[in-house]
Design a protein around this ligand. Sequence first.
Ligand code: HEM
Length: 373
Amino acid sequence: MLKYPCPPNLSIWWNMGSMLFLVLGAQILTGIMLTMNYSADEQLAVVSVDYIMRDANYGWIIRSLHMGGASMFFALIYTHVARGVYYGAYLKNPHVWYSGLTLYVLSMGVGFLGYVLPWGVMSYWGLTVITNMMTVIPGGARALDWFQGGFVISTVTLKRVFVLHFLLPFVILGLSLAHVLLLHTNGSSNPLGLDETNFSVPFHPYYSIKDLAGFALLLAGLVGMTFTFASLTADPLQWQPINKMKTPAVIKPEWYFLYAYAILRSIPHKAAGVFTMFAAIVGVAIFPMISAEESFQSMKVCPPARLMFMIWAANFMFLTVIGAQEPTGGWVLAGQFGTILHMGTLAALPLVKLMWESELYMPIEQEEKMGVL
Ligand code: HEM
């Protein structure tokens, strides 16, 4: 870590990885503290969360930090992935990209399982919607019964959710270390996306100081959020006792899953919706596969891809807004439009880059063949 050679021009976008580590550590710590007062039981879960918020010493701070931390974690992941896409960081070492993608999918699982634990209205109906997705694969209905521990969601299911929510962050921690180990085999990319092997600076003190500055900003944000808007990311419906006979008008996840949820809902066919949503989530996996050997890494030097990137990012926010609306009338159409745009830009981004590069390289190759160069 101390002597690790780094490009000298890394920008703020290279701070997200270390910040993710910090938030992961904070989540594990606050999570363990919450565990000491939480009860994974259908009758007791809401009561135990209420106890944490009102009676346990500083319980509300711990819980608010944990809820705010989850939001921060996903905000950081999305910026981290967008940085990778924009600067073509996936080209340098695809193993880093794929380990990151696995981390993202695991983190989504942990985030979702955590939302179930307070056992409010959204927890129950969210769990119902998401676990029912299993039924679209052959044998999925049996697997669902097996996961639920019966034919309906019950305390048994809640206990399983809790065990997984507790265990998986440690898997994420281990995999994150592997992610950074893999990164250190080829080294970091850089904002220019050009080969920098002839000039590098040691990680310490240049980037150790820069990462510490990032930590200070992040902690200020997290603490500020906890003490001023403690319930910013909390859904009021989570305090309503579950009614298993009455589905709420709008079932929606936390903001960080809304884009995927909007995609799931915009396709009327259940199986097609589930598969499209998964494709939308892990779609960036194709990026390292579609690239020219002599590829520039950064989109900075490829204006058409840059434009496409902006559309992709703006559409992500558009889908996030749509995912929170009641799925009726114009919202359904808007969701379908957003879904087509998301899948289209995902597929087009690497292709546009490839075509732009072949336009640039082709004349040189032709000139080489003609003996001009
Ligand atoms: C728990 C989640 C994650 C943690 C703790 C983590 C941590 C890190 C750290 C510390 C770095 C080096 C510093 C930096 O470039 O920011 C890094 C780099 C990188 N990460 Fe992640 N990461 C996570 C998730 C992801 C995801 C979801 C992806 C993409 C799908 C990803 C892709 C990458 C890539 C491509 C690099 C190399 C950047 C370069 O070449 O400069 N990571 N990660």
